[in-house]
Design a protein around this ligand. Structure first.
Ligand code: EPU
Length: 304
């Protein structure tokens, strides 16, 4: 009997991960598990821990680069039942972790609930958005998170208050816990005004970023007091390619994967950009995206 027998009807084997990511890149996962609810997830995590099977959660796949080797473990997808539900209670909005931020920020704006409109056009699941403290120049999700429910890697269920989540620039202090539910505190406001602000933020994103191409949003964090996109542009790297991955012409902090690209192409390009920016400005760029690669995997040959 295998460790995942009790979960067999909710577990798929040897699953390609590329279609689940915005890059459309990467290899396969040994298991993909779709829990029916938070208790089911907690039982699964305990069993996986006992069996020493590594677990990762994949939200919308918008900020992830999966290596070509894939993931030799279990990927959790919160795409069923209560993970996808939304409840509106005056200014408070409760969502499952698998709810998509993009339509949610639009709907809240239309309902005159202010607080998410600055996140217009950011692709993320609510769980992923909290974990990364998703945001940009118009705000961050951490500003409106009142509390979250999580399941720890040991399978324990907990509620964590927003102020204890340690939100920082594209980080939170979840320490490996998986968010299952999010409670937001929004402000009732004039729907027309909130909607207009939403449209403004969305238009800025559309005009400045390559939204229609396969990418994972910004690749690097902005170094203190500087813009990674501007540094990469000033290093003359717009349009630079490794294999079928290239630095976007529209926004230099985006890497676009053209048809036929591999995750290794993107990794080599990341490496090249980092080296060139360091040579030009002495600034070490740090990646913002989550890179899934086997520990001890060999670095690919450098991009010429
Ligand atoms: N810039 C350039 N060249 C470029 C890109 C930008 O010179 O190729 C300049 C811009 O003209 C602007 C400055 O750099 O003066 C900042 O650019 P932008 O307003 O596009 O913002 P950003 O700091 O590059 C951040 C977030 C984005 C978010 C935008 C808008 C980070 C790393 N990125 O980008 O988030 O969409 O603000 O709110 O914090 C993401 O996290 O994946 C992401 C895309």
């Amino acid at each position: 009997m295998s460790w995942w027998n009790d979960f067999a009807d909710r577990t798929a084997l040897d699953v390609p991960l590329a279609p689940m990511t915005w890059f459309r890149l990467g290899g396969r996962a040994r298991y993909v598990f779709h829990p029916s609810d938070a208790d089911d997830l907690s039982r699964f995590l305990r069993r996986a821990l006992d069996a020493s099977v590594p677990v990762k959660v994949l939200g919308s796949g918008a900020n992830v680069l999966v290596s070509d080797e894939g993931f030799d473990g279990a990927v959790v997808r919160l795409d069923r039942g209560s993970f996808k539900t939304i409840r509106y209670r005056e200014g408070a909005v409760e969502t499952g972790a698998g709810v998509e931020l993009m339509p949610l920020s639009r709907t809240c704006s239309e309902r005159g609930l202010a607080g998410l409109e600055g996140l217009a056009g950011i692709p993320a699941s609510m769980g992923g958005a909290v974990r990364m403290n998703a945001g940009g120049r118009f705000g961050e999700i951490g500003e409106v998170v009142r509390r979250v429910e999580v399941v720890t890697p040991q399978g324990d269920r907990k509620t964590i208050e927003g102020r204890a989540l340690g939100f920082g620039y594209r980080t939170s202090a979840l320490n490996g816990a998986i968010v299952v539910r999010v409670e937001l505190q929004l402000r009732p406001d004039d729907p027309e005004r909130v909607r207009a602000r939403y449209e403004e933020c969305f238009a800025y994103k559309q005009a400045s970023q390559p939204m229609a191409e396969h990418s994972a949003g910004c690749i690097f964090k902005n170094p203190p007091g500087a813009s990674a996109g501007r540094l990469i542009e000033r290093a003359g790297l717009k349009g630079t390619a490794c294999g079928r991955a290239r630095v976007s012409e529209r926004h230099a902090n985006f890497i676009v994967a053209d048809r036929g690209a591999t995750a290794a192409d993107v990794l080599r390009l990341i490496d090249l950009v980092r080296r060139r920016v360091e040579e030009a400005f002495g600034v070490e760029l740090e990646t913002e995206i989550d890179i899934w690669r086997p520990s001890g995997s060999r670095e690919a040959a450098a991009c010429p």
